[in-house]
Design a protein around this ligand. Structure first.
Ligand code: HPA
Length: 275
């Protein structure tokens, strides 16, 4: 398979053979938000395995899909299931879905994830609006020949998370009566959780939450000029902050408990994007 651009264009052609739906906003759903489609007037669904060249999980039944439809009146595409670097994909494949959604037409990207809280004032189940990120512990997704068709070689990252979108989300949280924390998200590769010393390091560096996704997707999206926002479900306090060891089950349970307010916040925010 040829260059990054050829690969993403090829994926786009596969999509266009199945649907001509043009989304205005794209969403990447993190843990716990699997029922989000219940809130959408679904127009089309395309399984990742149907898209030639698309990174598909090798774990049976974990493939995931794009769902296209209307949230209130806003045409959206969202990813049920994302690709993580720790699964062994190349970084260019990790960000391919975001690039693809931009080429489908989406100008706005909502990123969601699960994270561990590093800020001692956070509690499990808190929702945190991303105000900035630290991505330099994982490979930059733009390494390699620049794809000039997508964006410039040295893209500015002064305001990765769009100020206006942050205001819309904060207003939506207030209207829904949802407490919304704010902070800096630090991406690490995973899949092991952090050590307590790494969590102390993250706090010293100015992080409020740590996780294993999102920042690289935000970089690829900004490279293409998308307006980006991100909300994290702080599922646990990070390693060493409580006496308890961490487990994936604990993260999943906390994400499931936060799903209702998280979903309400997303719906309210997206429906107000063009008000
Ligand atoms: N660390 C990294 N990623 C996570 C965590 C964590 O503590 N919780 C949920 N995702």
């Amino acid at each position: 398979m040829g260059t990054v651009y050829e690969k993403v264009q090829n994926c786009l052609q596969c999509i266009r053979k199945k649907t001509d739906f043009v989304p205005k906003a794209a969403l990447v759903l993190g843990s716990g938000l699997g029922d989000f489609a219940d809130n959408i007037r679904v127009e089309a669904e395309i399984g990742y395995e149907e898209i030639e060249g698309f990174p598909v999980s090798t774990v049976p039944g974990h493939a995931g899909k794009f769902i296209f439809g209307y949230l209130k009146d806003v045409p959206v595409v969202f990813m049920k299931g994302r690709v993580h670097f720790y699964e062994g994909y190349h970084m260019e494949d990790v960000v391919l879905p975001v690039r693809l959604m931009k080429l489908m037409g989406a100008g706005i990207l909502f990123l969601t994830n699960a994270s561990g809280g590093v800020n001692p004032s956070f509690r499990a189940g808190d929702l945190m609006l991303l105000t900035d990120h630290i991505s330099c512990f994982v490979q930059n997704p733009l390494i390699g020949p620049n794809v000039d068709e997508l964006g410039t070689r040295f893209p500015d990252m002064t305001a990765i998370y769009d100020g206006q979108l942050q205001e819309i989300i904060k207003r939506a949280a207030k209207e829904e009566g949802i407490v919304l924390k704010e902070g800096v998200y630090l991406q690490l590769s995973g899949p092991s959780f952090e050590s307590p010393a790494e969590v102390r390091m993250a706090r010293m560096l100015g992080a409020d939450a740590v996780g294993m996704s999102t920042a690289v997707e935000a970089i690829a999206a900004r490279h293409m000029g998308m307006r980006v926002c991100g909300i994290s479900c702080v599922c646990n306090l990070a390693a060493g902050m409580t006496p308890n060891p961490l487990s994936h089950e604990e993260v999943q349970e906390a994400a499931a408990r936060a799903a209702a307010p998280f979903t309400s916040l997303l719906i309210k925010s997206i429906s107000q994007l063009w008000d």
